[in-house]
Design a protein around this ligand. Structure first.
Ligand code: PLP
Length: 376
């Protein structure tokens, strides 16, 4: 996978001893992607029975953490029965269910309780999605966590190894480091109050990815340094589980300009495909960065539709005004019917979150590019 292996190797190298790296499969569960990152991550985070089965098959033997609100009884039974590495428990009922399953099957299961701790998040700008301390379907408020800890104290087969909290997305390394510090301080106090031996603290994913600056990268060295300052002898293992910041940069969506039109003073480039292939820009409300690959041949007798020197709105083939990949973006040079557009940063939350059956257009085809040394 072109560049992905090197990128995830660099991420792993930036994290100090005592910090584990999991890849959140929901960002891009493509089996080639999973295999490319596998050598450099400690494990994978999954959030459904489907992802659980898929990841086990694609990268057999790698530790898997299974989270997500609303696990079905059969998903929980599958997780307990097949010895998931960590089960992230998201509610009081789920705690009861897991305990009952462990008792009924005689299996042991290692769990983290997912917390919704009352900590303030620093620097929550417009790009940040706040998930901590507010009303949320994810995880449990502190008083519920207290009850779960009591419940599990009498369940030897359910080993409570610590806490999990995925609180924010879109934060930079300093803010995210500060979140981890506050989380650890809060988790230490919670564990002491509840007589829990805090062996692990999963501080989640959500590392910033800036679609307006495709060459920018989350500063993993700075974040690793911040986390290193929190690792202490005999203290909990810290775990991070990024998705977007691992996979976003190594996927491209390549498509053709079918037509160029002007309407009421605005230029529109209509491309083959659209947001049913690449939902990322509408899901986040950004312009997906792209480059124009000029193709000079124009075999037709009529004038070639084109635009230059003005902002362009790139839309897809869907019969909805929401099918916009990039709105009113300046372009250097021309965009003409028959040219090719290459959208960058299409490696995460792209094809796999798209409403692929809407309007029954053809799906995209997939090509895996070889990196240095010919490895795919
Ligand atoms: C989605 C998710 C992640 C990954 O988030 P990114 O923003 O892709 O890094 C990690 N952990 C949990 C619990 C999630 O729901």
């Amino acid at each position: 996978m072109f560049g992905l292996r090197e990128h995830v190797a660099a991420v792993a190298a930036a994290l100090p001893p005592g910090v584990e790296l999991y890849y959140a499969a929901k960002a891009n569960p493509d089996a080639e992607v999973l295999r490319a990152v596998a050598a450099h991550v400690h494990g994978f985070e999954v959030a459904s029975g489907g992802e659980f089965a898929h990841v086990r098959e694609a990268v057999p033997g790698k530790p898997i953490a299974f989270g997500g609100p609303g696990k079905t009884p059969s998903e929980l039974a599958e997780a307990v029965g097949s010895k998931v590495h960590r089960l992230h428990v998201e509610s009081e009922q789920e705690t009861h269910r897991v305990a009952a399953l462990a008792r009924a099957t005689g299996r042991t299961v290692d769990v983290l309780l997912r917390a919704n701790p009352p900590i303030e998040l620093p620097g929550t700008g417009p790009a940040a999605l706040t998930m901590g301390g507010l009303a949320t379907p994810f995880g449990m408020d502190p008083e519920v966590l207290d009850r779960c800890a009591k419940l599990l104290a009498d369940e030897p087969r359910v080993r409570l190894r610590g806490l999990h909290a995925h609180l924010a997305s879109g934060l930079g390394p300093d803010d995210l480091g500060e979140v981890a510090a506050r989380l650890l301080a809060w988790a230490d106090a919670w564990a002491a109050r509840n007589g829990v031996d805090l062996r692990e603290l999963n501080v989640g994913g959500g590392m910033a990815v800036d679609y307006a600056t495709p060459e920018a990268r989350f500063d993993w060295a700075a974040y690793g340094k911040a986390l290193g300052g929190l690792v202490r002898p005999g203290g909990p293992v810290l775990r991070v589980e990024p998705g977007r910041a691992v996979a976003a940069y190594h996927g491209w969506y390549v498509t053709d300009v079918l037509d160029v039109k002007h309407s009421r003073g605005q230029a529109f480039a209509v491309v083959r495909g659209g947001t049913h292939h690449l939902r990322t820009p509408v899901a986040r409300g950004h312009a997906q960065p792209f480059a124009v690959l000029a193709r000079d041949s124009w075999p037709y007798a009529w004038p070639r539709p084109s635009t230059s020197g003005e902002p362009v709105t790139v839309v897809g083939q869907l019969c909805t005004p929401k099918d916009v990949l990039a709105a009113r973006v300046p372009v250097t040079g021309a965009v003409r019917a028959g040219d090719r557009l290459v959208f960058a940063m299409a490696g995460a939350y792209a094809w796999n979150i798209s409403h692929r059956d809407f309007l029954m257009h053809e799906p995209p085809t997939f090509h895996y590019l070889a990196g240095a040394g010919g490895r795919t």
